[in-house]
Design a binder for this molecule. Structure first.
Ligand code: TYD
Length: 232
């Protein structure tokens, strides 16, 4: 899949080939089935081809502890309260931040994370209905104030996203299997976050074909990198 769309990488302007010694933190967010994982892999591949040092990671996961916590928090056989669920995501995030994200950014890498704090606000805040301010405070503690430089929000109607996930996997997923109304609240939450944080969140129409989504995402990342290097 990645190879089929690698021609899109040619859209990276030559300026993007300059070695990116300064680290950056870019997150890819969106509802279930929005295509984040595929996009993040393709983006990372394109940017590596342009000579950058790229790290691709994800949540929940990205560390040994995060991998174990992921299995727990998504286990459909396990019942847990909404705050218990939140603590598990936050614990996974805390280890991800100090073991993976901060060292990689400090090392000058271009770090892509498939999900980060906006997911907690969208799923546990808007989706589960937990208090947003408390979530923000706790999330801030878990991340020790780490905020993405840029967030690509893949926006697709919840019914389209769910149709994609439900055809590709038969494994249960405690959160993905929640009802359509929950996923619609999550998507509305992501859009609200994009309005609130227009300085870093860019909405990308993920109902388009995969090549167009990749091209739009690459252009966004490249524009951001250029703006940073020219100090605008
Ligand atoms: P992921 O594997 O990225 O799911 P998908 O590929 O289907 O998008 O994430 C697992 C699930 O965990 C997903 O349903 C979103 C949810 N999630 C939260 O509810 N809160 C969080 O803070 C994070 C990081 C994920």
């Amino acid at each position: 899949m990645v190879e089929n769309r690698i021609g899109e990488c040619e859209s990276m302007p030559a300026e993007a080939d300059a070695a990116g010694e300064q680290g950056a933190f870019i997150t890819v967010e969106g509802g279930d089935g929005a295509g984040k994982t595929t996009l993040a892999k393709s983006l990372a591949e394109c940017l590596r081809q342009s000579g950058r040092s790229v790290r691709l990671t994800f949540e929940p996961g990205g560390t040994s502890l995060g991998t174990r916590l992921r299995a727990l928090v998504l286990d459909p056989e396990l019942e847990m309260g909404d705050w218990d669920e939140t603590w598990l995501f936050l614990a996974a995030r805390a280890s991800h931040v100090h073991d993976v994200l901060r060292p990689a950014i400090a090392n000058g890498e271009l770090v892509f994370s498939d999900r980060f704090s906006d997911s907690t606000l969208a799923y546990q805040g808007y989706g589960r209905g937990l208090d947003l301010e408390r979530l923000r405070r706790l999330s801030d503690e878990a991340t020790q104030g780490l905020i993405p430089d840029l967030t690509l929000l893949l926006d697709v109607p919840a019914e389209v996203g769910l149709a994609r996930t439900r055809t590709r996997s038969s494994d249960g997923d405690r959160i993905g299997d929640a009802d359509l109304a929950f996923h619609m609240r999550v998507n509305a939450g992501f859009r609200a976050l994009a309005l609130e944080h227009g300085e870093r969140i860019v909405v990308i129409d993920a109902s388009l074909d995969a090549s167009s989504v990749l091209l739009n995402a690459l252009t966004t990342v490249n524009d951001w990198l250029e703006a940073r290097s020219s100090g605008t």
